[in-house]
Ligand binder design. Sequence first.
Ligand code: ATP
Ligand code: LTN
Length: 333
Amino acid sequence: MFGDRKVTFSGVQPSGNLTIGNYLGAIRNFKEYSEQYKTFYCVVDEHAVTVRQTPADLRRRTYETLALYMACGLDPEKNTLYVQSMVHEHAELAWILNCFTMFGELSRMTQFKDKSARHADNINAGLFTYPVLMAADILLYQTDVVPVGVDQVQHVELCRDIANRFNQIHPDTFTVPEAVMPKSGKKIMSLADPEKKMSKSDENQNAVVYILDDRDTIIRKFKRAVTDSGSEIRQDPQKAGVSNLITIYSCFTGKTAEEIEREFSGRGYGDFKLAVGEATADALAPVQAEYRRLLADKAMLEAQMKKGAEEASYYARRTLSKVQKKLGFVQIR
Ligand code: ATP
Ligand code: LTN
């Protein structure tokens, strides 16, 4: 809490082109907290380097992610928008929290298991302690709520465990946060393999719809989406591909699954896929236009990064110095 306002924190890695999974599961939901909460939305570039990045790409994507935050309606006057590496307290608190996190806990993280399977040549310690840096991000701001997609819930649960453990030894240090997920869209699935999460690092370009894909590309990708051999448009665990498309259509149009089933009853997959593609393209068009406008103004984005980092640092310093004091680090003012 800050005063009488609850705090929201979330982050997105500038590690690839953002997908409609990132949009529907996370970014789109950030805005609803802007009015009533104190909100921190971070571009988590330090998390991104747990996997090898090309420096020029990482730099460019950091600007792009910030521009996309703003294009999705996050007003920098109402939200603290910033870049993680510009606030050194994140890495400092992460070190301390490493000492309050168990090896066994980190070994159980499914993202670590997945990513180490995918990057077998680079299973670095950062990949392993990734959730500790994430806990530092969250706890630095005394966060109450963390809006994320379902894949990040396990990390937020670990963050709660770390906070509780620290608080038990050093009472009243951290607010214990809670993960919040959207009702619909918390796990958008791959268009090529609907049993798998849609992921920005998927090598199959047809599996993923990017927020910045053009209209024709979006429609083409949905046309090719894997469904099943039936023809009925209905939500059903046996029909993962169709169910995923219903979710996406529902998220972009606001229609309920029942309304969608009625709308397409007796019509084929072809019609439905085209409608999902068009609805997605229509909904993303204004975000894309605003994004292009913002990205063209590098000086403005840099000014925002600077302002955001200054704001965030103010709060981060307060928590870090409280933690250091509790641990017994000498503080000379
Ligand atoms: P990567 O594929 O490289 O692991 P990612 O696509 O998961 O990356 P992140 O930057 O790790 O992207 O995630 C940013 C936010 O988007 C997180 O809150 C995450 O839960 C959410 N998110 C990512 N993919 C999906 C998805 N398919 N459906 C819903 N939410 C998602
Ligand atoms: N690990 C998250 C990104 C992330 C994050 C955070 C999300 C880093 N720090 C703090 C919420 C709160 C991911 O999506 N891979």
